[in-house]
Design a protein around this ligand. Sequence first.
Ligand SMILES: N[C@@H](CC(=O)c1ccccc1NC=O)C(=O)O
Length: 290
Amino acid sequence: MSRWKDELERQFSPSQWSPRMSADDVIKSHVTALKEGTERARGLAQTLLNVPYGEGEGEKLDVYVPTTTSLDVPLVIYLHGGYWQFLSKEESGFMAVPLVHKGVVVVAVGYDIAPKGNMDVMVSQVRRSVVSVIQQYSHISGLYLCGHSAGAHLAAMILSTDWSQYSVTPQIKGAFLVSGIYDLLPILSTYVNEPLKMTEEVALRNSPSQLVPQLKLSSSDCDIVVAVAQNDSPEFRKQSEDYYKALESTEGLKVTLEDVPNTDHFNIIEQLVDGDYHLTQLLLKMMGKS
Ligand SMILES: N[C@@H](CC(=O)c1ccccc1NC=O)C(=O)O
């Protein structure tokens, strides 16, 4: 393998950039943290698990419901990460712990990761999950998205949807894009694409960086936070910076770049179990619940 390809693969291996632990350990600890947080959330909140949003076996979502008498109930849809090939909704309810406590509904969406699903399928699934959620929860005070890593990519694709082919047009008030990938071309030649098997055409039509004009048409009223970890790799940091710049130079969009100090690709999202964490506070503030 060429040194150039080695370096590209290292840039797209988030586990190799954590200053906290070895690559293997940071992934193990990530999965454990997400699982434990999700178990806690399932113990604390009322839940509706495995609610179908489509016909497919994998087209199900989990709802974490607050006990509140307030009429102002925002809803956050969480899209999990894992390079479109790892993780599931089963360990994706962790952020519900502090949010449900503040009267926010949290929805963790499942989608068919590769090799079962491909990029077009996953993007279609998460878009349909949003339509299903607003049809079932029409009384909510606002719809928000949060995605991590590959899930931030999927959230950005939701913001970039031409809803004319769908039965409703979702009004998304805010989106938290955490350590995401917005240009899929650089990963085409890496190990990440082995199970995905994307062609250049597939990568282009599923790159949010190519869809900024559509995002402006569909999501001009949405507050967008592009968050990146201080210890994300230079290529990951560049993905967030470039996408932020592309959005920011588009007139009429409200977008901020959050460079989160003392975090890596994994604990930037794990810490959403903590109500005092900077990004939890920002999310609550965006929803008017701080
Ligand atoms: N090869 C990747 C693996 C990875 O990103 C990952 C693996 C398991 C669960 C989650 C992951 N990534 C982000 O959520 C890495 O080097 O981190």
